[in-house]
Write a protein that binds this ligand. Structure first.
Ligand SMILES: [Zn+2]
Length: 105
């Protein structure tokens, strides 16, 4: 894939994610609920697909990450896996947020 094509894809992906963030933060309740139903499953699917690429193999090493083509696989969890996990859990302790995850209605 050429750099230009990748740049365009990367730009449109980031614009899409920015739009989702903006709507989630500033949209009214109805918009937020529709956004969650329509877009959250797609975001989860995308994240799962990425994590699948970085799930440790039988030797406990990431099958995807290497420092270069000839190097050994890196010990898992790799930075990609840890980064995703941190991004998802870092706000878990924020007061008043994510209570729905602990206290199901
Ligand atoms: Zn990895």
């Amino acid at each position: 894939m050429s750099v230009t094509v990748f740049s365009q894809l990367d730009k449109s992906l980031h614009e899409h994610l920015a739009a989702l963030e903006r709507l989630a933060a500033t949209g009214d309740e109805e918009t937020a609920a529709e956004l969650a139903r329509a877009e959250l499953p797609r975001v989860v699917a995308a994240l799962k697909a990425l994590l699948d690429e970085h799930t440790p193999d039988e030797h406990g090493r990431c099958p995807t990450c290497r420092t270069n083509r000839w190097s050994r696989r890196l010990p898992a969890p790799c930075r990609a896996y840890l980064g995703a996990q941190l991004a998802l859990t870092a706000t878990a302790e924020t007061p008043g947020r994510r209570r729905y995850l602990r206290d199901p209605v």
